[in-house]
Design a protein around this ligand. Sequence first.
Ligand code: NCD
Length: 304
Amino acid sequence: MTRRSLLDLDDFTSDEITGILARARRFAADPPARDLLRDVCVVNLFFEASTRTFTSFAIAEQRVGADIVALPPGSSSLGKGETIADTAITLAAMGVRVIVTRHPESGFPYRLAESFDGHVINAGDGRHAHPTQALLDLLTLQSEFGKIAGLRVALVGDILHSRVARSNVIGLRALGADVTLVGPNTLLPAAMAGPGVRIERDLDAVLPNVDAVMLLRIQRERIAAAVLPSLEDYARNYRLDARRLAALAPGAIVMHPGPYNRGVELTEDVFAFAGWRYAQQVAFGVYVRMAVLDFLVNAPPPGA
Ligand code: NCD
């Protein structure tokens, strides 16, 4: 289909990413009138549990004045044998212009986009991609440091199962950050290294040398017990606690996409840490999603 979608961050050029971040920053400073998507119908088609992302998209859609329909998990006819293509045709025939979708299968939004005459936004597919999460993370870094190029960012934990990590690596590299992936062998295959992306097993060696740490949740629901000997073992090597926070460079920040597991990837100390940016990330999520909706539907020139 000819209409643009956001399936992963590599759908956008670096200039487009920068433009969307700038637009989101403007929206945060000066909320736009609620008519950017007036008369545009958006369907939220979520097949997986979601607190943050679902609510954030719904609020963003309201703030740009869209007409919103939310289909809760289990309520679509896909369970009755209707194909993805038929669902796409049906929704388009009613005038739906945007589908925001989350699905446990990697690639689901791609198949939807192939048949849908409108814009598809991937709100998380399997372990594959979560581009709007990466955008809000980029906005958090940019607002903190005034730039992304040259920043040293460590992603820590269950990289293997993380769609957040995959989309963040694309975005961070596109904007020139240096990425270090940190985690145990079983959750971080060496093959994930590449230009500007290195692998490190020893979190303690990394902490003093980064500007930002992005913690990831251990994806218990996606993990076969086989990949992790024990959560205690994981916590000993990778949990962020008071001692590890003290090892961070001055001014470094700690991020987490949520939901976080208290006691697993972080201790309560993190919530009292001055550089903890979780709430900021969540707040930026709404503006980034408004900016993506505006960009896709109203197709303004890059950087506008
Ligand atoms: C993440 C997700 O669902 O991909 N959460 C989020 O959207 N903020 C991360 C996770 O599930 O761990």
